[in-house]
Design a protein around this ligand. Structure first.
Ligand SMILES: [Mg+2]
Length: 309
């Protein structure tokens, strides 16, 4: 089926009452678009594909992407304005929003605080918390479980348990909030202690921004993205937003399939095509996404009215 022709200008002026929902204000002033022209010129062709379909997908990492890093991880709430925009995008109904995080999946809904909460893939895709509240997680084999027990025991011997986050299928040591030298010392110790455990038990040892993780080899954001993509129409426009090296496998899994966006204050080498700086450019990205969906709704209604009239 041929896609519907839509208006050339995808970001026209909207009625004022609609704009309030997706143009968060600061200090009572409406935000202006702060996306750099080169980012905007990469984004707009993709948004045209979103405008031409009835269903799109927005895959989102959480920490560092939707929310700033916090030493107190249970207080890492989204950047101001992000949750209301996601709420409106979900409410609009044209976008399936999915969070793919390294956290335990159950930690995301209370931090995001949007309803209904989107589907969440936790522990880099090992868990899948569906919108009906059910959780899917593969059974881990004995070798994996033994390796994780060894890694936990090693932390105990080293008196480093307080630095660790224990998840199903994974243990992460965090050093955010430590001085640079303390962080480097902790990193070197943990890598030295865990490397042989990972090698002997088939676990993956993965560094991320602010820590290192030993985890079941099944846990990989790229696998999560591949599984998700296999379940949706190949014509569904998909964007993946992430900040960390752990998101690179997801960017690679998206290759040729949609738009990959690096969300980071500073650019680094990446597989992503587009780079946006949080929070302002992220808010603009989400605002334009919502605007595209709202405009498309308005366009559809107008077209239906014209046909019926
Ligand atoms: Mg992240």
């Amino acid at each position: 089926m041929r896609p519907k022709t839509c208006r050339k200008n995808l970001v026209p002026t909207c009625p004022r009452r609609d704009s309030a929902a997706y143009e968060p204000s600061r200090n009572g002033k409406e935000r202006t678009n702060e996306l750099r022209p080169e980012a905007l010129s990469q984004l707009m062709p993709f948004l045209q594909t979103v405008a031409q379909t009835t269903q799109a997908a927005l895959l989102l990492d959480y920490d560092g992407t939707l929310a700033p890093f916090r030493a107190k991880r249970d207080q890492a709430y989204p950047y101001p304005g992000v949750a209301p925009l996601l709420q409106e995008i979900i409410r609009n109904g044209r976008t399936q929003v999915v969070v793919i995080s390294g956290r335990d999946a159950t930690e995301i809904p209370p931090l995001l605080n949007i309803h209904p909460c989107p589907e969440v893939w936790g522990i880099h895709g090992l868990q899948r918390l569906k919108t009906d509240g059910s959780m899917e997680m593969p059974r881990l084999d004995e070798r994996t479980l033994n390796g994780l027990s060894d890694a936990e025991r090693w932390l105990g011997y080293q008196q480093l348990r307080h630095t660790a986050e224990f998840k199903a299928g994974s243990i992460a040591v965090h050093w955010r909030g430590l001085s640079e030298s303390d962080a480097e010392d902790l990193r070197a110790r943990v890598l030295l202690g865990w490397r042989s455990i990972a090698e002997s038990s088939g676990l993956d040892l993965l560094e991320f921004d602010g820590g290192v993780e030993i985890r079941a080899s099944e846990a990989n954001k790229g696998d999560a993205v591949r599984t998700y993509l296999s379940e949706i129409s190949p014509h569904t426009p998909v964007a993946y937003l992430g900040d960390d090296t752990t998101d690179e496998s997801a960017f690679r899994a998206m290759h040729g399939r949609g738009l990959c966006v690096l969300v980071r204050p500073r650019w680094r080498r990446t597989e992503a095509q587009l780079w946006v700086k949080p929070p302002d450019e992220l808010l603009d990205f989400l605002g334009l996404w919502l605007k595209t969906c709202v405009e498309h709704d308005t366009f559809d209604s107008g077209a239906a009215a014209a046909v019926n009239g």
